[in-house]
Design a protein around this ligand. Structure first.
Ligand code: NAD
Ligand code: UDP
Length: 348
C-alpha cells in the first residue's frame, strides 16, 4: 500500500508517518515546511532503518495550493506502477488567533488546498481519504460528552474552514455515492510525544496550548503557566478538555485506513479523543507527580472563545473503527516530558 501524507512533517503527521512505515506501508510526505522542520525527517530516519526507509519514504517539498505539484505526485506514482491508494490529508494552518487576523490565508490554505487535492485525486482516480478535522467545529458549547451529531457552530475562521471542508466532502460523496471513501476525523486535544523522544510537538514561538506551554515551563523556557480562569462551572473551577496521546491519535488513522479498505464507499465523521475530561489543575497535578517537576502558575482571567468543558463521545470510533485509546494521562505526561527533556529547544 502507498499513502500520500500531506503535512507529514508536522506534529501529528510525523507520528502517523512513523506508524505507517513501521507497518511496512510506503509513504509519500508532501509538506511545505512552513510550520515544521526538515529535521523531523532525519529523526524518522534515525528511528527506523535508513536503508529500508530509502525505498519506503519519499519527501516532496511543496504546497498543497500548487495543483501541478499534486498532479505530478499522482502521475509519477502511476508511471512508476506505485499508485497512491489512500491520502491522509493534514497539511494546513491551525492557529485560531492567526485565523482571526488573517482569515483569507486560512481559506486559501485549508479550503482551496483541500479543493486542489480533491481535484487531483478525482483526476487520478484515487478516491480514499482520511482528513484532519477538529472538535473546534462544535463551537461554544459544553454539552458533554460531544457526539458527532452535536450541533456544528464554529466561532472562528479556522473552525469555519474545517466545516467548509466537511461540507465539500458531503457534496462530493452525494454526487456519486458509490465512489468516494472518506473519514473526516475530528480531533480533540492531541498531546504527548513518541516514547522514543525523537519526535514531538515543537510549536513556533510562544505556545498557545496548555500542554506544550506546561512542558516549556518545566524545562525553563517559560517562567509561569497562566491558568485562564479558575471560576468556570467545573469541580475545581479550571477548564476541562479531552487530552489524547498522540500515538493513540495516530493509531486512529491506521484504523481508519483499515476501515476504508474494508468497504466500498462511505463518508464518516468520527471523533478522536480519549473520551475523558481533565481540568487544567488535574493536568498540572498529574504532570508534577509523574515527572517530579514543579510548575509555577498564576490565575488569570478567562481566555476569549474558551468553554468550561469539552470532551468527546468516542463510541463511534470504537464501534466503526474497532479503535480505542490505550494510553493514560500519566503516559502522556511522561512521554511529553521525555521529548521536552531530550529536545529543550525542539528540533532547532
Ligand atoms: P502542524 O502545523 O504541526 O502540521 C501541519 C503541517 O502542514 C506542517 O508541517 C506544515 O508545514 C504543513 N503545511 C502548512 N501549510 C501547507 C501547505 N500550504 N502545503 C503543504 N504543507 C503545508 O499541525 P498539526 O498539529 O500536526 O495538525 C495537523 C492537522 O490537524 C491540521 O490540519 C490541523 O488543523 C489539524 N488539527 C490539529 C489539532 C491539534 O491540536 N494539533 C487539533 C485538531 C485538528
Ligand atoms: N489553558 C490555560 N493556560 C494556557 C493554555 C491553555 O489555562 O496557557 C487552558 C485553556 O483555557 C483550556 C485548556 O487549558 O481550558 C486547554 O487549552 P488548549 O489551548 O490547550 O486547548 P483548547 O482550548 O484549544 O481545546
Amino acid at each position: 500500500m502507498r499513502v500520500l501524507l500531506t503535512g507529514g512533517s508536522g506534529f501529528i503527521g510525523s507520528h502517523i508517518a512513523l506508524l505507517l512505515l513501521e507497518r511496512g506501508i510506503d509513504v509519500v510526505i508532501l509538506d511545505s515546511f512552513t510550520n515544521s522542520s526538515p529535521n523531523v525527517i532525519n529523526r524518522i530516519n534515525t528511528y527506523l532503518d535508513n536503508k529500508y526507509l530509502k525505498y519506503k519514504l519519499e519527501i516532496i517539498n511543496g504546497d498543497i495550493r500548487d495543483k501541478k505539484t499534486l498532479d505530478k505526485i499522482f502521475f509519477d506514482s502511476i508511471k512508476a506502477h506505485k499508485s497512491i491508494d489512500i491520502v491522509i490529508h493534514l497539511a494546513g494552518l491551525k492557529s485560531v488567533s492567526e485565523s482571526v487576523v488573517n482569515p483569507l490565508l486560512y481559506w486559501d490554505v485549508n479550503v482551496l488546498g483541500t479543493l486542489n487535492l480533491l481535484l487531483s485525486m478525482k483526476e487520478y482516480e484515487c478516491f480514499s481519504l482520511v482528513f484532519s478535522s477538529s472538535a473546534t467545529i462544535y463551537g461554544l458549547s459544553d454539552l458533554v460528552p460531544m457526539a458527532e451529531d452535536h450541533n456544528i457552530s464554529p466561532i472562528n475562521p479556522y473552525g469555519k474552514t474545517k466545516v467548509a471542508i466537511e461540507s465539500m466532502f458531503y457534496d462530493l460523496c452525494n454526487s456519486n455515492i458509490n465512489l468516494w471513501k472518506i473519514c473526516s476525523l475530528r480531533y480533540f486535544n492531541p498531546v504527548g510525544a513518541h516514547p522514543s523522544g525523537l519526535i514531538g510537538e515543537d510549536p513556533i514561538g510562544i505556545p498557545n496550548n496548555l500542554f506544550p506551554f506546561l512542558t516549556q515551563v518545566a524545562i525553563g523556557r517559560q517562567k509561569t503557566l497562566k491558568i485562564f480562569g479558575d471560576d468556570w462551572d467545573t469541580e475545581d473551577g479550571s477548564g476541562i478538555r479531552d487530552y489524547i496521546h498522540i500515538i493513540d491519535l495516530a493509531e486512529g488513522h491506521l484504523a481508519s485506513i483499515d476501515y476504508l479498505n474494508s468497504i466500498d464507499s462511505c463518508l464518516e465523521f468520527i471523533n478522536l479523543g480519549s473520551g475523558k475530561g481533565y481540568s487544567v489543575f488535574q493536568i498540572i497535578n498529574q504532570f508534577e507527580s509523574s515527572t517530579g517537576c514543579q510548575i509555577p502558575f498564576s490565575i488569570e482571567s478567562r481566555r476569549d472563545g474558551d468553554v468550561a468543558k469539552c470532551y468527546a463521545d468516542i463510541s463511534k470510533a470504537k464501534t466503526l473503527l474497532g479503535w480505542s485509546p490505550k494510553r493514560s494521562l500519566e503516559e502522556i505526561c511522561l512521554d511529553g516530558w521525555n521529548w521536552q527533556m531530550k529536545n529543550p529547544n525542539g528540533y532547532s
